[in-house]
Write a protein of this length. Structure first.
Length: 80
């Protein structure tokens, strides 16, 4: 079972990438498995920053390749 915040991130990514939440969970790469591009990645980053009131360094965007790595970047920025 996913934590509440992990589920929120999954749902945000699913909405932005226009896929089912389960696809986001299974994806090992947002780009390769879900067809996400840099514009969608920036949109996800923007939504995350607004939702959690955090600032994520642009260099960390490259680390956000799947759900677990995205969660780690956000958790580090938010101090979870």
């Amino acid at each position: 079972m996913l934590s509440e915040r992990m589920a929120e991130l999954r749902d945000m990514a699913a909405d932005i990438f226009t896929v089912e939440p389960e696809e986001v969970e299974r994806a090992t790469s947002f780009v390769d498995d879900l067809g996400a591009d840099s514009l969608l990645a920036v949109e996800l980053l923007s939504r995350i920053e607004q939702r959690y009131d955090v600032m994520i360094d642009a260099n960390d965007l490259a680390k956000m390749t799947d759900l677990p790595s995205t969660y780690k970047v956000v958790a580090d920025a938010a101090g979870w």
